[in-house]
Design a protein around this ligand. Structure first.
Ligand code: SAH
Length: 257
């Protein structure tokens, strides 16, 4: 490609293997000259083609990744920035659009940017569980790396009080060991102990495990950073079918007050 004809796509890889990747995402990945991303996510893109250069980054270096992507595209390269799941949900689309905003009016600002949606962890996990997100729900990241913990606490209290189903992304990590228990205690003030809670780990990957417990039996020791936690609302139900499989769903109707 020659300067001025480069392009940049922020691509959602889906939750796991490429069977949950959209055809549009796969096409852009195959056409790319440069793949940019956090190394474990780049490793999910196979095979790497002979004409492709990989640029591996640490998970925290989002602004640098975005800037490099714009620079390479401005030089005429066909650039793909990868995110797991959907790139707009706690992922790279924001960093790229933020950088694009900052370079408005410069040569970098003229780069053709596309965001390509992917299957986010919440919808992939919901599909394995049945239909826990069938009624109103919200998504909250428990990470307090980019936002203060008291903001997380206020949001949890508000959505738990408003009876949303709650999908918790980034529930726990080595550097954030206590936040999950603290957050679940806030939710417990608003929900019955019998409320179904799903632990959906590595959905769509070889290591996938899915378990449905109750809010009172929930144990954060069973959760790791590749787990999505879904806390049911007051109407969410759980049952075991004739084949012994557990299901979780939230009816679309709501009891009248
Ligand atoms: N952009 C991603 C989310 C990135 S935040 C998406 O749309 O899915 C990272 C968090 O997402 C993890 O801590 C975990 O809570 C959740 N997650 C990502 N992939 C997952 C998977 N395959 N199974 C379960 N949870 C997953």
């Amino acid at each position: 490609m020659t300067p001025g004809t480069g392009r940049l796509a922020v691509v959602g890889l889906g939750p796991g293997n490429d069977h949950q990747r959209t055809p549009e995402a796969s096409q852009r990945l195959a056409a790319a000259t440069d793949l940019i991303g956090y190394e474990p996510y780049l490793n999910m893109v196979q095979p790497v083609l002979a004409h492709q250069t990989r640029h591996c980054f640490d998970n925290r270096e989002e602004a640098q990744r975005a800037r490099l992507a714009l620079e390479l595209a401005a030089e005429g390269r066909d650039v793909v920035v990868v995110s797991s799941g959907d790139p707009g949900i706690f992922a790279m689309a924001t960093a790229v659009i933020e950088e694009l905003h900052q370079v408005t009016g410069t040569a970098l600002g003229a780069v053709a940017v596309t965001i390509i949606a992917g299957v986010t962890a919440a919808s992939a996990a919901a599909a394995v569980l049945g239909a826990p997100l069938g009624h109103d729900f919200c998504i909250i990241s428990l990470s307090d790396v980019l936002k203060p913990w008291d903001v997380v606490e206020r949001r949890l209290a508000a959505v738990a009080g408003a009876d949303f189903v709650i999908a918790l992304y980034n529930p726990i990590s080595k550097h954030r060991p206590w936040q999950l228990d603290s957050g679940m205690n806030i939710i417990r003030q608003h929900r019955m102990g019998t409320t179904p809670v799903a632990l959906a780990r590595a959905v769509g990957r070889a290591a996938e495990t899915v378990r449905i417990v109750t809010l009172s039996a929930f144990d954060s020791a069973e959760v790791d950073m590749s787990t999505l936690v879904i806390v049911g609302s007051s109407t969410t139900r759980q049952f075991v079918d004739a084949a012994g499989r557990s299901w979780m769903y939230t009816p679309r109707t709501y009891p009248a007050n």
